[in-house]
Design a protein around this ligand. Sequence first.
Ligand code: SF4
Length: 304
Amino acid sequence: MVRLRNVGGLPYGCAVDPEYLPAGAGFGPTADPPLTLSPSRAGDFMTCPLLYRFRVIDKIPEPPTPATARGTLVHAVLERLFDHPAPMRTPQAAHGLITPEWDRLSAENPDLAALFADDSERQVWFREASAAVDGYFTLEDPRRLEPAERECYVETELGSGLRLRGYIDRLDMTPAGDIRIVDYKTGRVPREAYEASALFQMKFYALVIWRLRGVIPRVLQLMYLSDGEVLRYSPDEADLLATQRKLEALWEAIGKARSTGDWRARPSRLCDWCRHKALCPAWGGTLPPLPERRPAEAAPAQAG
Ligand code: SF4
């Protein structure tokens, strides 16, 4: 993977983005079936099967945190920014979207509105969100590219019957049909040892796009807005076939856990961020009983 750090010179996008001009047809939204695999949930199971259970089987709600809310707001601002004509996609325009997008999001989700104890907490949080938006402009110039898709829902079914789905932050496409998958991150850039797991999500999307369009995306681009760093990777067919094999093995393992009810806790450093630690036996908690399974969930091919 290529790791690029912006040190204050020209935005990276200037070098490559003129290629990514008006693009082809959209994927269009499709229904969201209940038993499919998304990159986040695949990542959960790989991290800890019990975490997957809490999220997918028990469906224990996870109210937003300041960090997740910041990601939601920044993604919304960057999506809306491209509604503007190209010359108007300036930092000022982006900053002008922060409050209206926050108002819209918090009207849709009262948990967001209730996040902050007081005004000073709210102000600090807004400054962090604004800094992430500013960070975006150090990485590329949105006046010089025209996304093909934003926040696009993609879904495909593999030959094995495994259904993959997810939302891609942005797809860019050259006139020649080369595809770039872009994902915005408001968290910290991973240390090199964890790059593979950051990249897994992108390979997942690349596999879906390959299956849908018959084209292997040329570039997978992770943009770490707060750290001013971009990770880029060019996948090949062998990469995506390996990703498919990994996902199918994972799906089988999820199916086995569903049928046996054996959702193992896998403690790690990530437990410090787990929202369900209080229920986790690895940390002295008591598991809630498994919810009753519906007939559709009992089918071996439907693993989550
Ligand atoms: S606390 Fe750790 S081991 Fe327990 S469910 Fe969460 S991630 Fe898994």
